[in-house]
Design a protein around this ligand. Structure first.
Ligand code: ZN
Length: 373
């Protein structure tokens, strides 16, 4: 048995999650931050958001007051509801397109535009370069969706800077909410590029197969100075509004958001409403499993425990049963887009298994050396 891995005493998150820290009683920072959030005066925070919006409302005349970075998801639905309907802003919604969409995802995205009456700017990434870059992300970083993640962060910022939009609204601060290297509770999303989602790379090593820096313009992040020069203020809505995954879902459902279960029941998860826009994208969640020993079920069960929706003993059972499973449709969709076979995928994935956490048998199957308890 592996002795190095340690699980939070309250939730089921292990200390292998990048950047997470545990206190002396063995509780993770995401659980501690959840408790801290209960002490926040959310009415006061909402007033802060109102005054921030007042600063930008009408700043461009009849033009856009702000932008909201959206997908078709439940969080996006809630964000637009708050910004447009509750706070009376005129936002431009900026969305980075997936290459494949689920039917549910398309319906949800159309709903956001129709339910709230907003323009959506869809940014479609270069498909030729994207195929190569996704494969490079998988091979070089063990991050199969790195290219798309980089675009999701950089494209809205760049477009705002070019269009004279100064307020840019993101959803949650993932590091603060769920654990990660950025420990600070802040409304400013200026440092979003240095959270743990999009790892910095040495660009020169990626310029092969005819890819040039011009091809990668869309994912190259602006510097803090460049953002400041344009007066850009990126913010996290999760600082101003109490952020809770399942509650956000319930809010979104009342506004026309659809869950996935009538289209597809996914393996390896315990919910039907997160990251449902594109089948392939979920490969990113699963790929944490070989690297860190935890995946979507661990993440969601931990959130449910924190919010009192699940007991730890039930979470353990679900994690053991599901966390390791890579959904077949997710894998098919990813491999088809990138242009590799399933066999080739596993040959690459093999290189990313953490040998301290897993061992491979003679016929290639991986086995956990640790056990959640
Ligand atoms: Zn915890």
């Amino acid at each position: 048995m592996n002795s190095k891995i340690q699980f939070c005493k309250k939730c089921v998150m292990p200390n292998t999650r990048p950047g997470i820290s545990f206190d002396e009683s063995g509780v993770c920072e995401a659980c501690n931050n959840y408790v801290k959030k209960k002490l926040v005066d959310w009415n006061k925070r909402y007033e802060e958001l109102e005054s921030l919006c007042s600063k930008y409302r009408g700043i461009n005349g009849d033009g856009y007051d702000c932008a909201v970075a959206v997908s078709g998801g439940k969080d996006s639905t809630m964000q637009v509801y708050v910004i447009k309907e509750l706070l009376g802003m005129n936002p431009l919604l900026i969305s980075v397109d997936n290459w494949s969409w689920t039917e549910t995802g398309l319906k949800n995205k159309a709903n956001i535009s129709e339910a709230f009456g907003c323009d959506i700017l869809n940014f479609s990434l270069n498909k030729k370069v994207g195929k190569k870059m996704l494969l490079k992300g998988l091979e070089k970083l063990g991050s199969p969706t790195w290219y798309v993640d980089a675009a999701i962060y950089s494209v809205p910022v760049k477009l705002c800077m070019q269009m004279g939009i100064q307020l840019l609204v993101y959803g949650e601060n993932v590091n603060y909410e769920y654990g990660g290297s950025q420990k600070q509770e802040t409304y400013s999303a200026k440092e979003i590029f240095s959270n743990d989602v999009v790892k910095p790379i040495d660009w020169s090593e990626w310029l092969e197969d005819g890819i040039t820096m011009r091809d990668l313009y869309s994912i190259k992040q602006p510097t803090l100075d460049e953002m400041e020069e344009k007066g850009l203020e990126p913010i996290y809505l999760s600082y101003f509004i109490e952020w809770d995954t399942h509650h956000n879902y319930e809010v979104a459902k009342r506004l026309g958001f659809r869950h996935m279960e009538h289209e597809w029941i996914r393996e390896g998860t315990i919910e039907n409403y997160n990251q449902i826009d594109s089948p392939a994208y979920l490969i990113n969640q699963w790929f944490k499993y070989p690297k860190f020993g935890h995946s979507s079920t661990t993440e969601m069960a931990s959130r449910y425990i924190r919010s009192g929706r699940m007991e730890r003993v039930e979470a353990i059972k679900l994690v053991l049963e599901r966390d390791h499973k890579l959904d077949q449709k997710v894998l098919d969709d990813y491999c088809e887009f990138v242009g590799i076979t399933i066999k080739e995928f596993w040959q690459i994935a093999d290189q990313w298994y953490n040998r301290e956490l897993f061992e491979q048998d003679k016929l290639g199957v991986w086995h956990q050396k640790f056990k959640l308890k």
